[in-house]
Design a protein around this ligand. Sequence first.
Ligand code: SF4
Ligand code: SF4
Length: 340
Amino acid sequence: MQKLVSRCGNICSDCPWSMYYRQRVEKKNWEHLSKQFKKYVGYYPIKYEWEGCVGCVTPTERLPKHPHYNFLKSCNTRKCVNYNEIDSCAHCSRYPCGNTVSLQGLTRERISTKLDEEISDENYEQFIRMFDSKTNLTDIRQSLSKNQLHDPKPIEKSTLTRDISDRIKDEALKQFYNTLMEIYASDLGIQDIDTLAGFEKLKIRQEVISRILWLVGIQGESDSEGIILDGITLHKNKKTAKLPTNEKGWEIYLETLTGFGIKSILDIKTEDLYTPGGWMRDRIPKSNTPAYYLKMSLDPKFIKFAFFKILKNYIADLQATSGRRGYTKFKNLNTNFFFE
Ligand code: SF4
Ligand code: SF4
């Protein structure tokens, strides 16, 4: 069959999750092949009896109903390529942008290092090559002429909120409002936010940072240095926000907040912070003791306007006046609180 390539550069027609691969493989060989994919790729493919993935080039409305497709639907690279009406990232003039998933794809070198063994050509071609998206995209790119490349289409950004700071009379409230505005309007460490992939990633990070501040405002306990919130409470109330799953992921948020004068750290309370699967725990194993605390304190220039006190009052006001819509108003900084 003709080679079918995913938007990010995987070769769908050779992928063991795909219907194309399954149609070529006999059941008696499946167990052995699955074990090999687990060894090289890190996961067992879904069981043989499943009909198989139709590939991410299939339009979203035609994707079958199966939990497998949830990750395709939420893939920012796929959204970006579709939005730009091109075949893959290789056809984009910005490739490799900071957000294409091909940068995190599998490579022969990475797997060789991880397994601490040489990868033969045969094993590379049979079990890795289909997921070596960077190499696959580079091959496609070399076959294209300059006029087959497309610039990413501009994105329509809805402005987060109307800037009302010049109407706020109280100096402390104005500082508080401006600080939140600046945090929400920052790029939160994301490159290429003028592309759809970058913008989608930004929306996810904005959601996380506003949820963290919201929870700090509701559940955070004040102490002599600032405010403190435990990992269990954070996880229990994160709702749809994708909280970081490791310390490196947290760094982005901690550095951002610190950069705006809200000094933020994670105080880790266990050496057993990660599950065997590599996820950060919210509690110390077999206990209800938090595995970490999020601690925030203020840069001296902020102390005088009591940022955390205003945050708590602001959120209490939103909950009292807007109920469930309070959080939406909080993340849009849309409220009369600043004028009351
Ligand atoms: S799982 Fe990914 S690479 Fe495999 S067939 Fe589906 S879209 Fe293609
Ligand atoms: S902007 Fe990035 S993610 Fe989007 S199509 Fe171009 S390379 Fe791919």
